[in-house]
Design a protein around this ligand. Structure first.
Ligand code: UDP
Ligand code: MG
Length: 338
């Protein structure tokens, strides 16, 4: 049984050397005031600067700080998974190293957790980003909401608190192509949202380049659903429903009835419709293959059939009806005060 008084902080770090002492300062300012013990896990995701050294220096003065060093840059998703696996606390809070997620919200997160939330999710109320990224984010959430089965909250961040049982469930997931957010959403559990204003990044550039973001988006689409592949199948079916009647009509009109409508279909016309028909067949078969791949995919990622809640929490009927409990969200000002 995890220590009820211990909270783990998981912080993925990739080339954040100047931010680390700053973040630590901010952190202790807020966590020292809380009646909990903390462990601060920095996961160095193969940084090429002095990040690891900066964390190491902190360990000399603060025994709550720990360093996990990945052998190379595996990406934030992997770093977070590595961190979560090493946590000992009754709950873990994931946050970025660049101070974009205000440490002053930690107390608020813990309060929500104590009130019964098993997952507390930070949601951007306001986001500092370029118009291009904003457009990208909007279309991403629009597509995801259309194709995904589970509900996705736009602008939900990785700034999250997870209860021990959520961490355990998360650790049991074995898929490699992972989006932390998506997996946590899939797990379910009782969640609570805290809205906050995104701070500006302190030092350095966001390492999520457009290329990385696009890869992440494509990964999300393909790991959430097979719709992109099924679309080909639907297109095939669409082509077939047009080309079969059209082909039959042309054949009957020209050869069986000897062109009573005087449409003068040429051999090229017949060939065109034949090709269209064959393309339709091929695409429809692709869609069929998608169905098989869906089954294989489900077997391979080997998600648990279900996730069991160990300690019962009681959900009020109002919450069940509205899915999103009334008191779950709060204003930015409220959150920042807390
Ligand atoms: N990060 C990481 N590995 C990577 C890229 C980023 O661990 O390959 C960390 C980074 O140090 C930061 C967090 O993930 O703590 C978020 O990264 P960033 O600020 O670049 O992304 P954004 O704020 O644009 O989401
Ligand atoms: Mg950032």
């Amino acid at each position: 049984m995890a220590d009820q008084k211990l909270i783990s902080l998981v912080i993925p770090v990739y080339n954040e050397a100047p931010n680390i002492p700053l973040l630590h300062q901010e952190l202790i300012k807020h966590i020292d005031a809380l009646p909990y013990q903390f462990e601060i896990l920095f996961v160095d995701d193969g940084s090429s600067d002095n990040s690891a050294m900066a964390v190491d220096k902190l360990t000399e003065t603060d025994n709550r700080v720990q360093l996990i060093q990945l052998a190379r840059n595996f990406g934030k998703e992997a770093a977070v998974s590595a961190g979560l696996r090493s946590t000992q606390g009754a709950a873990a809070i994931i946050m970025d190293a660049d101070l974009q997620m205000p440490p002053k919200l930690i107390g608020q997160f813990i309060r929500r957790w104590k009130e019964g939330a098993e997952i507390v999710i930070g949601v951007f109320a306001e986001r500092n980003m370029s118009p291009l990224k904003r457009l990208g984010a909007h279309s991403f959430y629009w597509i995801m909401q259309t194709i995904a089965h589970s509900k996705i909250t736009p602008n939900a961040t990785d700034f999250r608190l997870l209860d021990r049982q959520v961490i355990q469930a998360f650790n049991s997931l074995t898929e490699r192509n992972r989006i932390t957010r998506g997996l946590i959403d899939w797990l379910g559990f009782k969640r609570s949202y805290v809205h906050f204003k995104q701070e500006a990044r302190r030092y350095g550039q966001p390492t999520y380049t457009y290329r990385k973001l696009i890869t992440l988006a494509v990964n999300s689409f393909t790991s959430y659903s097979l719709i992109p592949l099924k679309l080909a199948g639907y297109m095939g079916l669409f082509i077939l429903t047009i080309s079969i009647p059209a082909g039959l009509f042309m054949y009957v009109e020209k050869y069986l009835l000897d062109d009573p409508l005087n449409l003068l279909f040429s051999g090229t016309d017949m060939l065109a419709i034949l090709i269209l028909f064959l393309v339709g067949v091929v695409l429809a078969c692709l869609g069929l293959i998608a169905l098989y791949i869906a089954h294989i995919h489900a077997e391979v990622i080997n998600r648990p059939l279900y996730v069991v809640r160990q300690s019962p929490t009681f959900i009020t009927p109002a919450e069940v009806k509205g899915r999103e409990p009334v008191k779950q969200t709060m204003r930015v000002e409220e959150a920042l005060e807390g």
